[in-house]
Ligand binder design. Structure first.
Ligand code: SAM
Ligand code: SF4
Length: 335
């Protein structure tokens, strides 16, 4: 008898799992983590590679086809290549992507590709070395740029760059990132700054709706054509500037949410299923690992309470919300 698939009560099919492999990071991006005071999970609290692979094997039987490894910084977890190899050997898994800050990627790209990594997103919020260091609180941009080149060299393409736009911080670089898509076969994904774990006044003053990107195209006389081409699983609305080698995408969860097409579930490094990035609901799967039916049931329970949408826009307007937002920071969830 064929198994039930991961469909929720709003008819959304879930075939995509984002796996956070660690809550630790070698950077401290201003929008993601406080500079000091973060408490990290002790190693014994993290799911082991065997446990992660076991959960994925069960989910592959329920229709999950695409995975993304994230964090924290996934490359601070030792031997990530081994996990990629374990996951790529699971029947049904077709796509294993990585989201990384790019600091350690260049030296690992070849091995990750050999292990079965299919795609990479590299986060880069500024093309200026000094500003990059300020946003990441100490990151060296030359390492990230080297990682982008290495991804090309080993053939993990198309490469996506994640750019979180913040008013008064990096919005004057929108045109530079767009120019990059004209010159190179790269996918730049502009992301709205989200209030995950910190819907405070600072967030509100830095939040920028992504209409700013289309306004920039108009000011420059660049024809941005909506493009159907979707590389991967993203919720991005995709565009290409006429004649450009690359493309850009807009991920605007606040100004125009895309919850009706949500196909993703999240697994935190400490083994919690998160049906929605924004809300606090979590289900710890660890104690059920080894009992496939119990793991399946827990995922179905998580799907059962998955809300129709998040309410980040209400946070911006100080409006009442229907559930409790998560207290976790983005680094503890994985984006
Ligand atoms: N360390 C990796 C990295 O930075 O790519 C992976 C984890 S990070 C949490 C995943 C993505 O979330 C990154 O692209 C990052 O820019 C984005 N992110 C973090 N905090 C965010 C926020 N408050 N709003 C929007 N995006 C955020
Ligand atoms: Fe680390 Fe990524 Fe968060 Fe930056 S965005 S602090 S690199 S987890």
């Amino acid at each position: 008898m064929s198994k039930q698939l991961l469909m929720d009560r709003f008819g959304r099919m879930h075939d995509y799992l984002r796996i956070s492999v660690t809550d630790r990071c070698n950077l401290r991006c201003v929008y993601c983590m406080p500079e000091e005071g973060m408490e990290f999970e002790p190693d014994e609290k993290l799911l082991t590679f065997d446990e992660i692979a076991d959960v994925v094997r069960v989910l592959a039987g329920l229709g999950v086809r695409k995975l993304r490894l994230t964090g924290g910084e996934p490359l601070v977890r030792k031997n990530l290549e081994q996990l990629v190899a374990m996951l790529s050997a699971i029947p049904g898994i077709e796509d294993i992507a990585l989201t990384t800050n790019g600091i350690y990627f260049a030296s690992r790209a070849e091995k990750l590709r050999a292990a079965g990594l299919t795609r990479v997103n590299i986060s880069l919020d500024s093309l200026r070395a000094d500003r990059f260091a300020l946003i990441t609180r100490g990151g060296d941009i030359t390492r990230v740029l080297a990682s982008i080149e290495e991804a090309y060299r080993v053939g993990i393409t198309p490469i996506k760059l994640n750019v979180v736009l913040m008013k008064g911080i990096n919005d004057d670089e929108i045109a530079d990132f767009l120019q990059m898509t004209i010159d190179r076969p790269i996918q730049v994904r502009f992301i709205e700054y989200m209030p995950i774990g910190h819907a405070d006044e600072n967030w509100k003053s830095r939040y920028l709706p992504l209409s700013a990107v289309l306004d920039c195209c108009q000011e420059r006389g660049w024809q941005a054509e909506a493009s159907e081409a979707v590389y991967g699983n993203g919720p991005a609305q995709n565009y290409r500037i006429a004649g450009a080698k690359g493309a850009f995408g807009l991920i605007h969860p606040i100004s125009d949410h895309f919850c009706e097409t949500c196909n993703r579930l999240r697994l935190t490094a400490d083994g919690n299923i998160k049906p929605c990035l924004y809300w606090s609901d979590e289900f710890n799967v660890r104690k059920y690992i080894g009992d496939d039916e119990a793991v399946e049931n827990l995922f179905f329970r998580a799907l059962d309470i998955k809300p129709q949408n998040h309410e980040m826009a209400q946070a911006l307007l100080n409006e009442a919300q229907s559930h409790t937002p998560t207290l976790r920071r983005m680094s503890q969830i994985g984006g």
